[in-house]
Design a protein around this ligand. Sequence first.
Ligand SMILES: Cc1cc2nc3c(=O)[nH]c(=O)nc-3n(C[C@H](O)[C@H](O)[C@H](O)COP(=O)(O)O)c2cc1C
Length: 195
Amino acid sequence: MAQLLARRRMTRSFDGTPVDSDWLDDLCATALWSPTAGNCAGVRMYTVGAERVGAYFERATDAEWRERAARFEGLRRAGAVVVVTSRPQDYLDRYDESDKRASGLASRDAWRVPYWHTDAAMAAMSLLLLLEERGWSATLWGNFRHDGDVLAWIGAPDEALFGSILIGRADGGGVRPRSLDRDVPSRAARVRRVD
Ligand SMILES: Cc1cc2nc3c(=O)[nH]c(=O)nc-3n(C[C@H](O)[C@H](O)[C@H](O)COP(=O)(O)O)c2cc1C
């Protein structure tokens, strides 16, 4: 597991190899062994096969970005996409049940840490590690625009879009993201012992 964690790096340029859809559906179901608050099971994974990756990008990006972004060519050769969503209402309903009601979490604005996003992150990380284990590369795209269009396209307008995982075989190309050149504290320095 430590080796998998160390090896996994986001890949943003793929060679066009398609991902088998049945295999990917099974892998997503395995990823959903992830922890889920109150056993809400409120995360969903929508798999998009290679033949629909172009249609995904038409919803998830705009023409101006596709024209301008140096990394688009490499990304569009992804062999599949998994759109990870969650269902906030499932969490509100669950935390209004008798064993959870004392938490006071039956309304959406009561949550300091919205567990639907936490659960989605847990499941997304599980999928990233499973993909790494099976020899595939991937990148997680966060959700900061176009989420309404993507949710409508996958037929889940009432769900919350957590992010999309673009999957494929790395082709060794792509533009190095500026994020990786940031001077950040080492992993060890981010661990603090409380005395
Ligand atoms: C919540 C979240 C959102 C992210 N969104 C994007 C994104 O929109 N586009 C992208 O290229 N990478 C995205 N990343 C990947 C990060 O840039 C990447 O994890 C970070 O630079 C460290 O690189 P590494 O994962 O390869 O070690 C995201 C990662 C996380 C956890």
